[in-house]
Write a protein that binds this ligand. Structure first.
Ligand code: HEC
Length: 154
């Protein structure tokens, strides 16, 4: 192939790419509209507030814990703190290792329900970590609520 023909082929390629790109820009805006009857699902992903804290998703209704009602063996914390603590337990990533929100064993972390942990024990391990558990995943109100929640599982 001569040099000129190579250049011509290259120019043709560039032109066709440009045409394709132009075609993309002129897409029909009507086609991109979400249908009004589309089903929406709540966003359950942990959110970050303006202070950079990880917070549970706003308005998300987490599934109720099995056997959470009844207060059998329940210890401490008012219901709101327990409910917020369960949400914070998920939002802080605890439930990723402590399966079923700490109610089941078999994950990376042990089952916390019925393990006999104390408030002091929870605060110490969350602040310092232990073994495969990283430190500092929750603090302040989140940690207070998580303590109430985990104590309610004992
Ligand atoms: C990366 C996995 C991982 C994450 C995330 C994690 N943990 Fe753990 N957790 C562990 C492991 C592993 C242990 C056991 C540590 C040991 O004793 O070696 C543990 C132990 C514990 C214990 C002590 C249980 C007992 O019976 O002594 C508590 C309480 C606890 N975790 C709470 C939490 C809370 C609250 C969070 C979230 C703020 C959390 N964990 C996040 C892995 C994790």
């Amino acid at each position: 192939m001569s040099r000129i023909r190579k250049l011509a082929a290259f120019a043709a390629l560039v032109a066709s790419v440009a045409i394709l790109a132009a075609a993309c820009v002129e897409s029909d805006p009507e086609a991109a509209v979400t249908p009004t009857d589309a089903e929406t699902i709540p966003n359950l992903a942990p959110q970050t507030d303006e202070d950079g804290n990880t917070v549970p998703p706003e308005g998300a209704e987490l599934p109720p814990a099995e056997g959470e009602e009844g207060g059998e063996g329940g210890g401490g914390g008012d219901d709101a703190a327990v409910a917020d603590g369960e949400a914070a337990f998920v939002a802080s990533g605890c439930s990723g290792c402590h399966l079923e929100n700490g109610r089941a064993g078999g994950g990376v972390g042990p089952q916390i329900a019925g393990s006999g942990v104390t408030e002091e024990g929870i605060r110490t391990i969350v602040a310092n970590g232990r073994g495969a558990m990283p430190p500092g995943l929750a603090s302040d109100t989140d940690l207070d609520n998580i303590v109430a929640y985990l104590l309610s599982l004992q």
